[in-house]
Design a binder for this molecule. Structure first.
Ligand code: CA
Length: 238
Protein backbone atom coordinates (compact mmCIF):
# COMPACT_ATOMS: atom_id res chain seq x y z
CA UNK A 1 0.00 0.00 0.00
CA UNK A 2 2.93 2.34 0.59
CA UNK A 3 4.54 1.35 -2.67
CA UNK A 4 4.32 2.73 -6.15
CA UNK A 5 6.03 0.10 -8.18
CA UNK A 6 7.10 -2.31 -5.50
CA UNK A 7 4.29 -4.69 -6.16
CA UNK A 8 5.72 -5.40 -9.60
CA UNK A 9 4.39 -8.81 -10.41
CA UNK A 10 0.90 -7.64 -11.22
CA UNK A 11 -0.61 -9.57 -14.12
CA UNK A 12 -2.06 -7.26 -16.78
CA UNK A 13 -4.43 -8.38 -19.53
CA UNK A 14 -3.80 -6.30 -22.68
CA UNK A 15 -6.74 -6.30 -25.11
CA UNK A 16 -5.80 -4.69 -28.42
CA UNK A 17 -6.27 -5.84 -32.02
CA UNK A 18 -3.65 -3.45 -33.43
CA UNK A 19 -0.33 -5.35 -33.23
CA UNK A 20 2.02 -2.29 -33.10
CA UNK A 21 -0.01 -0.69 -30.29
CA UNK A 22 -0.17 -4.02 -28.46
CA UNK A 23 3.58 -4.38 -28.66
CA UNK A 24 4.13 -0.76 -27.51
CA UNK A 25 2.07 -1.53 -24.40
CA UNK A 26 3.58 -4.93 -23.64
CA UNK A 27 7.11 -3.59 -24.09
CA UNK A 28 6.40 -0.84 -21.55
CA UNK A 29 4.87 -3.35 -19.13
CA UNK A 30 7.86 -5.68 -19.41
CA UNK A 31 10.28 -2.80 -18.85
CA UNK A 32 8.44 -1.98 -15.60
CA UNK A 33 8.34 -5.52 -14.36
CA UNK A 34 4.68 -6.25 -14.89
CA UNK A 35 3.58 -9.63 -16.19
CA UNK A 36 1.10 -9.61 -19.06
CA UNK A 37 -1.16 -11.72 -21.22
CA UNK A 38 -2.74 -10.50 -24.46
CA UNK A 39 -6.01 -10.84 -26.35
CA UNK A 40 -6.64 -9.51 -29.87
CA UNK A 41 -10.45 -9.62 -29.75
CA UNK A 42 -13.36 -9.41 -27.34
CA UNK A 43 -14.13 -13.13 -27.06
CA UNK A 44 -10.54 -13.91 -26.11
CA UNK A 45 -10.48 -10.97 -23.70
CA UNK A 46 -13.46 -12.39 -21.78
CA UNK A 47 -11.96 -15.92 -21.85
CA UNK A 48 -8.55 -14.71 -20.62
CA UNK A 49 -10.09 -12.54 -17.91
CA UNK A 50 -12.03 -15.49 -16.53
CA UNK A 51 -9.28 -18.10 -16.82
CA UNK A 52 -6.26 -16.07 -15.62
CA UNK A 53 -7.84 -13.73 -13.10
CA UNK A 54 -5.54 -10.77 -14.01
CA UNK A 55 -5.00 -7.79 -11.67
CA UNK A 56 -6.03 -5.24 -14.30
CA UNK A 57 -7.22 -5.04 -17.89
CA UNK A 58 -6.11 -2.50 -20.51
CA UNK A 59 -8.89 -2.46 -23.07
CA UNK A 60 -9.22 -1.07 -26.59
CA UNK A 61 -12.86 -0.37 -27.53
CA UNK A 62 -12.71 -0.91 -31.29
CA UNK A 63 -12.32 -4.68 -31.46
CA UNK A 64 -13.04 -6.90 -34.49
CA UNK A 65 -15.75 -9.05 -32.88
CA UNK A 66 -17.44 -7.64 -29.75
CA UNK A 67 -17.33 -3.93 -28.95
CA UNK A 68 -15.12 -3.08 -25.97
CA UNK A 69 -18.06 -1.55 -24.05
CA UNK A 70 -19.85 -4.90 -24.29
CA UNK A 71 -16.68 -6.62 -23.04
CA UNK A 72 -16.77 -4.33 -19.98
CA UNK A 73 -20.45 -5.16 -19.32
CA UNK A 74 -19.85 -8.89 -19.57
CA UNK A 75 -16.74 -8.89 -17.39
CA UNK A 76 -18.53 -6.69 -14.83
CA UNK A 77 -21.30 -9.23 -14.48
CA UNK A 78 -18.90 -11.44 -12.49
CA UNK A 79 -15.74 -9.46 -11.71
CA UNK A 80 -14.59 -6.15 -10.24
CA UNK A 81 -11.28 -6.41 -12.05
CA UNK A 82 -9.92 -2.86 -12.69
CA UNK A 83 -10.42 -1.92 -16.35
CA UNK A 84 -8.56 0.96 -18.01
CA UNK A 85 -9.91 1.83 -21.44
CA UNK A 86 -7.41 2.95 -24.09
CA UNK A 87 -9.35 4.17 -27.09
CA UNK A 88 -9.28 6.44 -30.10
CA UNK A 89 -12.87 7.44 -29.28
CA UNK A 90 -12.46 10.83 -27.69
CA UNK A 91 -16.04 12.10 -27.34
CA UNK A 92 -17.38 12.62 -23.82
CA UNK A 93 -20.33 10.39 -24.71
CA UNK A 94 -17.97 7.49 -25.47
CA UNK A 95 -16.07 7.96 -22.23
CA UNK A 96 -19.31 8.14 -20.25
CA UNK A 97 -20.64 4.99 -21.91
CA UNK A 98 -17.47 3.05 -21.04
CA UNK A 99 -17.33 4.42 -17.47
CA UNK A 100 -21.03 3.71 -16.89
CA UNK A 101 -20.54 0.17 -18.18
CA UNK A 102 -17.99 -0.20 -15.37
CA UNK A 103 -14.59 0.94 -16.66
CA UNK A 104 -12.34 2.46 -14.00
CA UNK A 105 -10.43 4.93 -16.10
CA UNK A 106 -10.04 6.16 -19.65
CA UNK A 107 -7.05 7.10 -21.83
CA UNK A 108 -7.45 8.58 -25.30
CA UNK A 109 -5.19 7.51 -28.18
CA UNK A 110 -2.56 8.62 -28.96
CA UNK A 111 -1.54 8.11 -25.33
CA UNK A 112 1.77 8.48 -23.54
CA UNK A 113 3.29 5.37 -22.02
CA UNK A 114 4.20 7.35 -18.89
CA UNK A 115 0.58 8.38 -18.45
CA UNK A 116 -0.52 4.78 -18.87
CA UNK A 117 1.96 3.59 -16.23
CA UNK A 118 0.81 6.36 -13.87
CA UNK A 119 -2.83 5.26 -14.28
CA UNK A 120 -1.82 1.67 -13.60
CA UNK A 121 -0.12 2.69 -10.37
CA UNK A 122 -3.29 4.51 -9.30
CA UNK A 123 -5.25 1.35 -10.01
CA UNK A 124 -2.74 -0.67 -8.05
CA UNK A 125 -3.08 1.63 -5.02
CA UNK A 126 -6.86 1.49 -5.27
CA UNK A 127 -6.73 -2.31 -5.27
CA UNK A 128 -4.45 -2.29 -2.24
CA UNK A 129 -6.82 0.10 -0.47
CA UNK A 130 -9.86 -1.99 -1.35
CA UNK A 131 -8.16 -5.09 -0.01
CA UNK A 132 -7.03 -3.29 3.15
CA UNK A 133 -10.56 -1.91 3.64
CA UNK A 134 -12.08 -5.33 3.29
CA UNK A 135 -9.53 -6.89 5.60
CA UNK A 136 -9.39 -4.24 8.31
CA UNK A 137 -11.30 -1.57 10.11
CA UNK A 138 -13.72 0.85 8.61
CA UNK A 139 -11.63 4.00 8.72
CA UNK A 140 -10.64 5.71 5.47
CA UNK A 141 -7.54 7.92 5.36
CA UNK A 142 -6.38 10.07 2.49
CA UNK A 143 -4.08 13.06 3.08
CA UNK A 144 -5.64 14.94 6.02
CA UNK A 145 -9.07 13.50 5.32
CA UNK A 146 -10.37 10.74 7.56
CA UNK A 147 -13.76 9.06 7.46
CA UNK A 148 -14.97 6.82 10.25
CA UNK A 149 -17.63 4.84 8.41
CA UNK A 150 -18.88 3.07 11.52
CA UNK A 151 -19.39 6.31 13.43
CA UNK A 152 -20.60 8.18 10.34
CA UNK A 153 -18.15 11.05 10.90
CA UNK A 154 -15.54 12.71 8.70
CA UNK A 155 -12.55 14.75 9.81
CA UNK A 156 -10.03 17.06 8.21
CA UNK A 157 -6.96 16.82 10.41
CA UNK A 158 -8.32 16.98 13.97
CA UNK A 159 -11.35 18.98 12.96
CA UNK A 160 -14.69 17.23 12.54
CA UNK A 161 -16.44 18.20 9.30
CA UNK A 162 -20.01 19.38 9.59
CA UNK A 163 -21.57 17.74 6.58
CA UNK A 164 -25.20 17.43 5.57
CA UNK A 165 -26.39 13.83 5.01
CA UNK A 166 -26.10 14.25 1.23
CA UNK A 167 -22.61 15.75 1.44
CA UNK A 168 -21.55 12.86 3.66
CA UNK A 169 -23.01 10.30 1.25
CA UNK A 170 -21.23 11.97 -1.67
CA UNK A 171 -17.93 12.05 0.19
CA UNK A 172 -18.19 8.35 1.15
CA UNK A 173 -19.07 7.34 -2.40
CA UNK A 174 -16.07 9.20 -3.82
CA UNK A 175 -13.79 7.92 -1.05
CA UNK A 176 -14.81 4.29 -1.55
CA UNK A 177 -13.91 4.72 -5.22
CA UNK A 178 -10.67 6.69 -4.78
CA UNK A 179 -8.76 6.90 -8.06
CA UNK A 180 -11.81 6.05 -10.14
CA UNK A 181 -13.73 8.53 -12.31
CA UNK A 182 -17.41 8.38 -11.33
CA UNK A 183 -19.89 9.70 -13.90
CA UNK A 184 -22.66 12.17 -12.99
CA UNK A 185 -25.21 9.43 -13.67
CA UNK A 186 -23.43 6.93 -11.46
CA UNK A 187 -23.19 9.41 -8.60
CA UNK A 188 -26.76 10.66 -8.76
CA UNK A 189 -28.09 7.09 -8.99
CA UNK A 190 -26.12 6.16 -5.90
CA UNK A 191 -26.94 9.26 -3.89
CA UNK A 192 -30.53 10.00 -4.96
CA UNK A 193 -31.53 6.71 -6.56
CA UNK A 194 -32.41 8.52 -9.78
CA UNK A 195 -30.68 10.41 -12.51
CA UNK A 196 -32.73 13.29 -13.89
CA UNK A 197 -31.12 16.40 -15.36
CA UNK A 198 -32.25 18.18 -12.19
CA UNK A 199 -30.25 15.76 -10.06
CA UNK A 200 -27.12 16.50 -12.07
CA UNK A 201 -27.67 20.23 -11.57
CA UNK A 202 -28.13 19.66 -7.82
CA UNK A 203 -25.04 17.48 -7.78
CA UNK A 204 -22.96 20.49 -8.87
CA UNK A 205 -24.41 22.54 -6.03
CA UNK A 206 -23.73 19.84 -3.42
CA UNK A 207 -20.26 19.26 -4.79
CA UNK A 208 -19.44 22.97 -4.50
CA UNK A 209 -20.67 22.95 -0.90
CA UNK A 210 -18.65 19.83 -0.08
CA UNK A 211 -15.54 21.33 -1.61
CA UNK A 212 -15.86 24.48 0.49
CA UNK A 213 -15.69 22.19 3.53
CA UNK A 214 -12.84 19.90 2.54
CA UNK A 215 -10.63 21.78 0.09
CA UNK A 216 -8.10 24.39 1.21
CA UNK A 217 -8.82 26.37 -1.94
CA UNK A 218 -12.01 25.16 -3.61
CA UNK A 219 -10.93 26.73 -6.93
CA UNK A 220 -7.93 24.43 -7.20
CA UNK A 221 -9.16 21.31 -5.41
CA UNK A 222 -6.69 18.68 -4.21
CA UNK A 223 -9.13 15.96 -3.24
CA UNK A 224 -11.98 15.97 -5.73
CA UNK A 225 -11.04 16.40 -9.37
CA UNK A 226 -13.63 17.55 -11.92
CA UNK A 227 -13.87 15.81 -15.29
CA UNK A 228 -15.86 18.39 -17.20
CA UNK A 229 -18.94 16.92 -18.86
CA UNK A 230 -18.21 13.49 -17.32
CA UNK A 231 -18.02 13.41 -13.54
CA UNK A 232 -15.66 13.49 -10.55
CA UNK A 233 -12.76 11.56 -9.09
CA UNK A 234 -11.34 11.41 -5.57
CA UNK A 235 -7.57 11.71 -5.92
CA UNK A 236 -5.19 9.66 -3.79
CA UNK A 237 -3.00 12.05 -1.80
CA UNK A 238 0.34 10.93 -0.48
CA1 CA B 1 -8.81 -1.37 -32.28
Amino acid sequence: MNSDNKNPRMLILVVEDDAPVRSLITTALKAHDYRHIVAANGQNAIAEASSHNPDAMLLDLGLPDIDGVEVIRRVRSWSNLPIIVISARSEDADKIEALDAGADDYLTKPFSVDELLARLRVTQRRLAMMRADAAQDSVYRNGSLRIDFAAGCAYMGEEELHLTPIEYKLLCLLARNTGKVLTHTYITQNVWGSSWDNDIASLRVFMAALRRKIELSPDSPQYIQTHIGIGYRMMKLE
